[in-house]
Every structure is written in structure tokens, then in C-alpha cells.
Design a protein around this ligand. Sequence first.
Ligand SMILES: *Cc1c(COP(=O)(O)O)cnc(C)c1O
Length: 362
Amino acid sequence: MSSPEPSSLIRPLVKQLRPYVPGEQPKIRGLVKLNTNENPYPPSPKVLAAIREAVDGRMRLYPNPSADSVRAQLAKFHGCGMENLIAGNGSDELLALATRAFVEPGAPIQYLTPSYSLYPVLADIHGARRHPVPLKPDFSIPSLAELRSGGVFDFSAPLTFITTPNAPSGRGCSPDELRALCRAARGVVILDEAYVDFAAENAFSLSREMPNVLVARTFSKAYSLCFLRVGYMCGHPGLIEALHKIRDSYSVNGLGQVAAAATLRDLPYYRRNFKKIIAARERLSNELGSLGFQTFPSQTNFLLTRPPQFPARDWLAKLREKRVLVRWFSAPEVCDCLRITIGNDAEADALLRAARQILKAS
Ligand SMILES: *Cc1c(COP(=O)(O)O)cnc(C)c1O
């Protein structure tokens, strides 16, 4: 008997999958890395000390299965109960769990476009139907009346993802607008607030007001913990319990739990960094403007900007030649733009210097 061809052992759905493509994590040293919205500042010294202190023989033990110390502190911070909270191996894990908990295969998963490009991939993985709804040309969410008359938005979709503030546009959305949308939706709405700490407003309270709203947050971007993978969701205990039922037993690693708990004990350090990043964002936006870049207003730690002279894709390559890494997306609504993470002042200066050289050489 000949052995089976591996590809014949794989589900057709999986064989056809086109996986999510994360931003490059380059091995080359000395690159100015402004492509994946990481925080330019390290975790606080107290967080690093807490992690170091936890690195010993206890590594042989399983961590707390439901990240209780993190959830207890989050409950205090947000003024909710632990039963309203689930922690995950990054918020990405929780977004994936939500597709499995709330959506029958074949049913629609709705999201606004352009937004986080993981959502359609999650729909594909689950065998759900992609249901994109276009944002307006300025990347704002159509009003409820516009969504109703447009006929594209599916108010009965079992799951709708809304990135707020949005990525890659950087645009914020008022809690009142989101409230109206969530009230009108009959399925679960996930407000993905990965960048909310850089915004003027947040919609966290909607997860407490409405039984169908979950707010997703992460320690990755604002709290400088991408490496350790911790995110969480808040919402009605009924929904949260469903997510707990289907998660892995020990989904949040032990060092991640230690780091997240220590982070919540040292929030002033992070608030200072938010201020620095917001100030750097405004400066970079202005300076890019003086070079002819058209930059969209941002409530996040990145800028979406339309570069002058050359196609955005060429800018990506030209900047990389000058050792500056930014992000370009092929989606038609944003393919004439670059997404640039707000780095520290030195990184912003390196980017501006490279852009000036590129323009001068043209
Ligand atoms: C980065 C990002 C996430 C993922 O965060 P992790 O907690 O690192 O998994 C989720 N949503 C959006 C919109 C993001 O940009």
C-alpha cells in the first residue's frame, strides 16, 4: 500500500485557505521598524522586574487557567465583574473564538472595509461567509440611516466586527454613533479597541449597556507587550461564558499573566507614553504634510498617508532601501497610501530624512 498524499488528508476548506499575512518582523538589525504598530517604548521597569522575578523553577507548573489575577485587576479597573471578562492569547485569539462561539458555518461574518484584515481570514477559517460593508470615502462609518437604506449592512448578521478607532485609516468613531449601530444590530457586535488608548473617546461602556456587545482590548500596542500575547474581552456574562467554554485550558501563558497584572499596577508610566506618542503623531503628520504627503487624521499610534510623486508601493520599496520599514496594503481603498507606525522622535526623524532624500533624488 502506498502512503497517502499529505494534501489528500487536508480538509478542502483548509487547502484553499489564504492565511493572514502579518507585517514583516525583519531579522536585519538597525532597521527603523514602523510597520506593525508596536510601541516604541519598552514595558515599565516594574513590569520587566516582575517578569524577571517570575523566571524560575515555577516554569514547570501550569499557569492559572483563567488568568484570574489579571481579570480581577481588570474588573477593578473597568468597574465590572470578573464574570464579564475573558483573557486570551492576544485579542486575536478571542476574535477567533468569537467566530466559533457565535457563528454557524455558512452564516455571515460582517465587517467594515477597509479595517483589520484578519476578519475575512477568520471567516474563511470558520467556513463562514465574508460579509464586507464599505466605509465612506473618508473612512467614517455610514450613519444608521445610510446603513439601512444602503441595503448592504446585515442587521441580522450573527457577528459584526468594528475596529474602533479604525485600522488602517486611524479614524475614530463616537460612542454615540456606535451605540446606535449596536442597538440596531440583532447579532453580536465586537468593538475591537486595540488602539483606543491613543484616542480621545472609547466605547467600553457599550459592553456594559447591551447584552450583544463585546469590547476587545489588548496589552500589545498601548502596553508594549506584543511579545507576551495578552488580550481580553468584556461583555455580558452569558457571552463571556460561551467563550470560556471553547477556549484552550491554559490560553494565557504564565509570564503574560505576570506582565499584564504588573502593567495594571503601573498605569501612570503608560499614560505618559500615550501622551508622548500622541504628540509625536501630530508632529509627524505636520512634517509629512510639509513634504507633500496627505495624511488622514488619526486617533491611533499610526498614520495613514498618501505619499507624493510615486505610487505608495514604490515608496515602500524606496523607504526600505533606506532602512525604514512601513506598511502598504493592496486593498483598493488604501493602496495609494502607506501606514506608518508612530515611533520615537529618532525614528520619526529617520523616516522624514529618508523621505526628503527620496524626493530630492526624483
Ligand atoms: C494588533 C491588533 C489586534 C491584535 O492584538 P493582539 O492582542 O496582539 O492579538 C487586534 N485588532 C486590531 C485592530 C489590531 O490592530
